[in-house]
Ligand binder design. Structure first.
Ligand code: SF4
Length: 249
């Protein structure tokens, strides 16, 4: 069997790599799919994993940047009399029903893994993520953190004890994935805007370029609308702070 670890760089898959090594389980390859939308701190973290484990991570990339698929890829009509004609330019933001990003990611990883004989894909789902297990996958999969009953909190604590910091990302977020993921919660997006303004500015710039077919983010309309909402929240927050100060005085 060839054990191939799927590494996102987050706390769970990082813990997975170390726990496999600690238990003396063989690892053939550690594969990370670089969407190009990772936080810059994540790239430093990956280097840190390589330094601590001595493993060279295989970094896979999409054939074209995700931003191309977001903004420039011609999307054709699939069915009906107009089949084959261009419907729109750019996929727009991924949505729960159009997760084109995940499709590209899964296909690229599966294609890469197929070079191995008898591969077993090791996935870092934590114990409370048992519901995410899939039974119809192309390759046999193992979920060692679930086998070991490791929760997300356990994984983070374990990684912190190993000296990982992710440049402070987990001080802000409970989970870390693509910074611009439109499927993340409003709470995350507020934090992103406040603490990572340059990444938020990038989201706004892409959002503007999507064009009239922009379906927007999952929770609201477009990033632009979200930004207006957050600005209004800031104004209210400041007024409340001022009021509290005046009452105290
Ligand atoms: S984190 Fe979000 S944007 Fe990134 S690949 Fe997953 S669904 Fe797509």
């Amino acid at each position: 069997m060839n054990n191939i670890v799927s590494l996102s760089g987050g706390k769970d898959s990082t813990a997975l790599v170390h726990m496999m090594l600690e238990r003396g389980e063989p690892i053939t390859d550690v594969v990370m799919f670089d969407t190009g939308w990772e936080f810059p701190q994540m790239h430093d973290h990956l280097k840190e994993i390589e330094r601590k484990t001595g493993i060279t991570i295989t970094r896979l990339k999409p054939e074209k940047p995700f931003t191309y698929f977001l903004l420039e890829h011609p999307v054709k009509i699939r069915k009906g009399p107009e089949k084959g004609q261009i419907n729109r330019i750019g996929n727009g933001w991924p949505s729960p029903f159009r997760r084109w990003c995940t499709r590209i990611k899964v296909d690229t990883i599966e294609k890469y893994i197929s070079r191995y004989k008898n591969p077993v894909q090791l996935i870092g789902y934590a114990y409370e993520e048992m519901h995410r297990i899939k039974f119809n996958s192309k390759y046999p999969k193992r979920y060692p953190l679930i086998e070991l009953k490791i929760t997300e909190d356990d994984a983070l604590k374990y990684c912190r004890e190993l000296g990982y910091t992710w440049g402070g990302l987990y001080d802000h977020f409970k989970r870390v994935s693509c910074f611009c993921c439109p499927l993340q919660g409003l709470k995350n997006l507020r934090i992103l805007r406040r603490h990572f303004p340059e990444l938020w500015a990038q989201i706004l710039e892409w959002d503007k370029r999507i064009g009239p077919h922009n379906r927007g983010f999952d929770h609201y309309a477009m990033a632009y609308d979200l930004n207006r909402r957050f600005e209004a929240e800031d104004v209210i927050e400041k007024k409340q702070e001022k009021l509290c100060f005046e009452v105290k005085v």
